[in-house]
Design a protein around this ligand. Structure first.
Ligand SMILES: C[S@@+](CC[C@H](N)C(=O)[O-])C[C@H]1O[C@@H](n2cnc3c(N)ncnc32)[C@H](O)[C@@H]1O
Length: 314
């Protein structure tokens, strides 16, 4: 098993900051209506952020760079509102290859947001944020002393997004009046960014369910498929309490269904990418996912947070 993360060689402090699994920025919840037969929950947790779990993303970048192929197809499953998808696009820009990036999510609202290309970044500024490890992509939008790596990401971000916070605020007369009265005293806590028109085509988005991957991705067409920090939607009861796993006899067929379809959709040597937080949501989910991937001859390639998060189709 290799670990070629470029973050391995950077000083301990910044490595620690970047290696943490939680990288929350935007946290929305989308209701799926009353129909819970489609899954175990009737709501989707759409917590996400720009450059979440950057070591894993950097590994994907190295993989794409070193590939002999000139056209690479990436499918970002459970992409939420697109923070992750555009992070991949930013990292892979100027890599010298044609990279097609498709983001899909079960949530219609999340996909509408992704297509709109408007993103919020929250200021990380109080004890609560530190305790909850919240708003970690704050450095992209708010002034602070930046590490070399944060500066690299901020440059990419500025190249892709325009700050439209003021336009949003000043949209209506009352908002304008309110901001005139308050902004001088209170700095913005949330900033809004819009994808630049010329960068919009770097990603496409559609709704879709990982359980029906064959409807989204044609056979043997993908080089990288991500499904990060989302598997717990398939393995838990409808409840906020994440300590409510389904019985193994229900989890196993769902995971088998996902892996069988991944196997079909990926090209030989292609990657399946999990989140580093994936398997500690529940004790047994990790084991089931890993053993199913092994059964289908996937090879663990890269470890983050002590868990194999990147698997290669042999
Ligand atoms: C916690 S977010 C993770 C977002 C992003 N992958 C990340 O790591 O930042 C989980 C996402 O999974 C999506 N999701 C849940 N079940 C899904 C399914 N069966 N198919 C596709 N997306 C799903 C949710 O709508 C939500 O956007």
């Amino acid at each position: 098993m290799q670990n070629i993360s470029p973050f391995n060689s950077i000083p301990q402090m910044s490595q620690k900051r970047f290696a943490q699994p939680a990288f929350k920025g935007s946290a929305k919840v989308e209701l799926l209506g009353k129909d819970i037969s489609v899954g175990v929950r009737n709501f989707l947790i759409q917590e996400t952020a720009f450059f979440r779990e950057p070591d894993t993303l950097e590994f994907i970048k190295s993989f794409v760079k070193n590939s002999t192929k000139q056209v690479i197809n990436i499918v970002d499953g459970a992409c939420s509102s697109g923070y992750e998808t555009y992070s991949i696009a930013m990292l892979l820009e100027n890599i010298g290859k044609k990279v097609n990036i498709l983001g899909f999510d079960k949530g219609q609202k999340a996909i509408n947001d992704a297509i709109k290309g408007e993103f919020q970044i929250k200021r990380r500024n109080n004890d609560f944020d530190d305790i909850c490890d919240f708003a970690k992509d704050s450095f992209l939008a708010f002034p602070q002393k930046l590490s070399k790596h944060e500066q690299k990401y901020k440059n990419m971000f500025n190249n892709f997004f325009t700050d439209i916070t003021k336009q949003k605020k000043e949209h209506s007369f009352f908002k304008r009046l309110k901001s005139m009265l308050t902004d001088a005293m209170t700095p913005y806590d949330t900033k809004t960014f819009l994808i630049k028109p010329e960068k919009k085509s770097t990603c496409t988005f559609k709704t879709g369910d990982i359980l029906e991957l064959d409807k989204i991705v044609p056979e043997k067409s993908a080089d990288v498929i991500l499904f990060r920090n989302a598997l717990y939607h398939l393995t838990t009861y409808e409840a906020y309490d994440r300590k409510a796993p389904l019985p193994d006899k229900l989890i196993k067929p769902a995971i088998e269904q996902v892996v069988t379809q991944l196997d079909k959709a990926l090209n030989k040597g292609g990657l399946f990418v999990l989140g580093s937080h994936e398997c500690d949501h529940f004790s047994n989910t990790g084991e089931i996912v890993h053993s199913t991937l092994k059964k289908h001859n996937f090879i663990p390639l890269y470890i983050e947070n002590k868990l194999p998060v990147i698997w290669q189709k042999s």
